[in-house]
Ligand binder design. Structure first.
Ligand SMILES: [Zn+2]
Ligand SMILES: [Zn+2]
Length: 221
């Protein structure tokens, strides 16, 4: 076990590795480099440091895995990120599409005291404002299905916009402007496989999404 406190950079890596592991995606340097928008050599150097400091371990097949200390720290930073999103949405009334970006800047300086205060004030939320489950409560999202797997004429309730979509401010603003938000009901009007698009009706307004986005939006029938 490590006694060290992770730096903000290490916390970003821990959060992403935790999310990839949760989704059953293989954790490889190239994917980290894409998600963190840093070069492959930088990822390699940081991973080496993380291994030395006991946050990650390499499996015999050279796969990256979080150590128990890594899992604990990843859960803490994700929880603080999600609580900060709620604080910005509910207390500061920032737009839904902006809270992820702003929370990302603050999450690394949230102390245990502030975290406990936020949990109390926000009534211990089980998801972030985008519908992603708090670490440890992932089971709640297992029954939701990707929008891309649903069929024409179905009416679904939007439950969750995946964490990795939250990183795209333009997409988030588009989703917010078109009411593609957790809790909204959507009717699937049209699916055009040759275009890789789906058109939905939400609040009597239609919106077209690409399959790639629809794969990362989860719904309930
Ligand atoms: Zn977020
Ligand atoms: Zn969120």
């Amino acid at each position: 076990m490590t006694e060290k406190i992770p730096t903000p950079t290490i916390e970003d890596y821990l959060g992403i590795i935790y999310t990839l592991q949760r989704d059953g995606e293989q954790v490889i340097g190239a994917r980290l480099s894409e998600l963190l928008e840093v070069s492959a050599p930088t990822v390699t150097i940081t991973l080496r440091r993380m291994q030395r400091d006991g946050w990650i371990a390499l499996t015999p097949s050279k796969r990256i895995e979080l150590t128990p200390a890594g899992v604990e720290s990843a859960k803490a930073v994700i929880r603080r990120h999600m609580l900060t999103e709620w604080m910005l949405a509910k207390i500061l009334k920032l737009p839904w599409s902006k809270v992820h970006e702003e929370a990302h800047k603050i999450e690394h300086s949230i102390s245990d005291t502030v975290e406990l205060g936020l949990i109390d004030k926000l009534k211990d939320p089980s998801q972030c404002p985008h519908g992603n489950p708090m670490p440890g409560l992932e089971a709640m999202s297992e029954k939701w299905q990707p929008l891309a797997e649903r069929a024409v004429d179905e009416v679904v309730t939007i439950k969750r916009i995946h964490e990795f979509l939250e990183d795209d401010p333009e997409l988030m603003a588009f989703l917010e402007a078109n009411n593609v938000l957790p809790g909204e009901k959507a009717r699937i009007l049209e699916i055009l496989p040759f275009n890789s698009t789906m058109t939905l009706e939400i609040n009597s307004k239609s919106v077209t999404l690409g399959y790639e986005i629809a794969k990362s939006i989860y719904v309930e029938k």
